[in-house]
Write a protein that binds this ligand. Structure first.
Ligand code: HEC
Ligand code: HEC
Length: 340
């Protein structure tokens, strides 16, 4: 009898302690912290003014997957940035936003963002903490203003509770939204690919991969610089203009010398993050390699190293692709801490 009473009390206690199941993340999130993998440069963004906590990360993650960030409550960041394809948009050359509206650019992979010196294909945004204001306000993405987002979230018991555990009170403001989103996006580290294991000496490349790596270092790494596989520079890689007539970097600087230059993308997880280039024009890696192997015609802002193409043989194209696939990081692509 006494035992039964004790069990009864325990049950009562655990019921009263349990929080709204909606609020508890399904996966226990742990180990979220700032990381600088061995041999990597100092990141451009760090968390010194945005101290990481699991609760703030959880708020940021919930916001990332929150359709209320759009005017008709249908489009979240996660609609265009899907984890299994390194947070790019599977199968979409150009992005699809609110009411099915078509954007002008391809949704890029999101990973290792703390090293970015700028954001977007044209570098039009300079800070990770400011970046979400772009898609939220963009009329063909989420088409919402931040004041409405703040009002909607403040009317939600779920967000009040998340905010209280993250910041000590229930008041949601734009700064908290942006800082917590930066914690979620800024801790999306991808550094556990086969390439990384080879660098650490715990795995070895196959012959194809090694040959591909050798050609890559000779012909590609000046722009796709290790270990992040980008130099963060704006470059015209000679793919040529289309009817979209996207001026690239010149859209921001208005300099004719920046016409058709785009930010060099990282090639980490590149096997997964197609279609490729700023407008998703190439559906496969083979097509990307065919471009670099082709006779690239000279143009006023074309990078001089690409004039005439890179002269790749059929075998080196195959080898380079084998090497590029070693940049896939399954741990990152399936890490439950970042899943919806
Ligand atoms: C409708 C699809 C869509 C939605 C919704 C969307 N994005 Fe994007 N995202 C894109 C596209 C397209 C780009 C490239 C834009 C450009 O170059 O102008 C981009 C670029 C980015 C970048 C820059 C990455 C880099 O390396 O430069 C980040 C970070 C990002 N988005 C985060 C977010 C966040 C956070 C949200 C939600 C607040 C969001 N996105 C909502 C499509 C989308
Ligand atoms: C002179 C600089 C430069 C060189 C050399 C270079 N690239 Fe690129 N690469 C770029 C730029 C810039 C882009 C982005 C173009 C765009 O968005 O339209 C790009 C895009 C790509 C993409 C598509 C990435 C994505 O996420 O859409 C792949 C794949 C790629 N390069 C592979 C290679 C390979 C392999 C080599 C060597 C054979 C190489 N690149 C050589 C500058 C370069």
């Amino acid at each position: 009898m006494r035992n039964k009473f004790i069990i009864f009390c325990f049950t009562l206690l655990s019921i009263s302690c349990s929080v709204d199941p909606e609020i508890i993340p399904e996966v226990k999130i742990e180990g979220i912290k700032e990381i600088i993998p061995d041999g990597w440069p100092t990141p451009f963004y760090n968390f010194s003014n945005n101290p990481i906590s699991i609760e703030r990360f959880t708020l940021g993650k919930t916001l990332f997957y929150e359709p209320m960030l759009s005017s008709n409550n249908t489009i979240s960041c996660g609609s265009c940035h899907q984890q299994f394809v390194a947070f790019s948009n599977a199968g979409h050359d150009l992005s699809h936003g609110i009411n099915g509206l078509l954007g002008k650019r391809n949704s890029p992979a999101l990973q290792n963002l703390n090293w970015n010196t700028s954001f977007m294909h044209d570098g039009g945004i300079l800070n990770l903490e400011v970046q979400p204001l772009g898609p939220i306000a963009n009329p063909i993405e989420q088409n919402e203003n931040i004041a409405n987002v703040v009002a909607k979230l403040n009317a939600s018991t779920k967000y009040k509770a998340l905010c209280k555990s993250a910041y000590g009170d229930e008041i949601i403001n734009s700064q908290r939204i942006l800082k917590s989103l930066a914690q979620f996006m800024g801790t999306m580290y991808s550094y556990n690919s086969k390439y990384d294991a080879v660098k650490k000496g715990t795995e070895t490349f196959t012959t194809n991969e090694q040959n591909g790596y050798n050609v890559f270092v000779a012909k590609c790494a000046s722009c796709h610089k290790e270990p992040l596989f980008t130099n963060y520079d704006f470059i015209n890689n000679g793919i040529g203009i289309t009817v979209l007539n996207d001026s690239g970097r010149a859209h921001i600087t208005h300099l004719p010398t920046d016409l058709y230059k785009f930010k060099t993308p990282s090639l980490r997880n590149i096997e997964k993050s197609g279609p490729y280039m700023h407008d998703g024009r190439f559906s496969t890696l083979e097509k990307c390699l065919d471009h670099y192997a082709s006779v690239i015609p000279n143009a006023p802002t074309l990078d001089p190293s690409l004039i005439g193409g890179l002269g790749l043989t059929a075998q080196s194209k195959i080898d380079i692709i084998a090497f590029l696939k070693t940049l896939t990081d399954p741990k990152f692509l399936t890490d439950k801490r970042f899943s919806e």
